[in-house]
Design a protein around this ligand. Sequence first.
Ligand SMILES: Cc1ncc(COP(=O)(O)O)c(C=O)c1O
Length: 316
Amino acid sequence: MVSFADIEKAYSVLKPVVHKTPLLSSRTLNEGAGNEIYFKAENFQRIGAFKFRGAYNKIRSLTEEERRRGIIAHSSGNHAQGVALSSKLLGLSAIVVMPHNSIKNKVEATKGYGAEVIFCEDSTDDRERVCNELIQKHGYTLIHPYNDPLLIAGQGTVGLEIFQDLKELDYLFAPIGGGGLISGCAVAVKNLYPSVNVIGVETEGANDAYQSFRQKKLIKLAKVSTIADGMRTLSVGANNFEIIMKYVNDIVTIHDEDIFPMMRYFYERMKIVVEPTGAVAPAAVLKNSLNLKGKRICAIISGGNVDSQVFKKIFD
Ligand SMILES: Cc1ncc(COP(=O)(O)O)c(C=O)c1O
């Protein structure tokens, strides 16, 4: 389990290397919604997503022996970049296993930070299989994308930062893939302000956390289908699930089609580029299926690494 002290400790490790990302708002959006909405803009984080935080916190904690043997990670993109940049900053070599259909700019960025990329089939099971084979052969240390206490503590620093800038809040909306971001943020938020409602958001085509939350047991999907590539995990991690069940108030789902108007609004009205997964939590706030009125809400924009072809399609 991750404690608030773990998140504070992670923040002291991360503070010199992360960007403190801004809270953005739009008057037009607030007037239309009847709520006071803030967006925590992790698209402005190093590597363009929150994932740098957890990866750096984890890799910084490795022993000399683990560093010497090298590290390995599997990811569709943002964790890959987080691991690659963290390794570069800490002087380690990294191998990243990525699905063959990963977004091109995420693959290029991962290689650009100096990591070696190995491709696999497009399923979390295959990513794990390839990783495990390489670990057995070479003794690498796995940097898990979500199911690791130190990584969760690093992601939780997003929640910590939100409350440096906002002293009152009714709702926090966070996206869920493997559950690293929401579990870290939920620990931070519930320890600082227990009355804040923490709401997880998934897309319909990857609603494993939604189902797990409702059935109170960890559900693993056979397959997922969503434009939100950071959400294509078949299930949340066991550590993440335990924290979600303890601290998260509810999980809601949106359709892929709900993401596009949000991305478009961000670009046209707020002048920011947000990737599909990064727009999932904000899109749920815009859709307002919880019928909130007069509330102070923060939604996390978790990343901005959108493929230019996907971005073009949204405008076409
Ligand atoms: C932009 C973005 N948002 C959200 C997520 C989901 O994060 P987590 O796996 O910590 O739930 C990811 C995961 O890759 C991501 O890349």
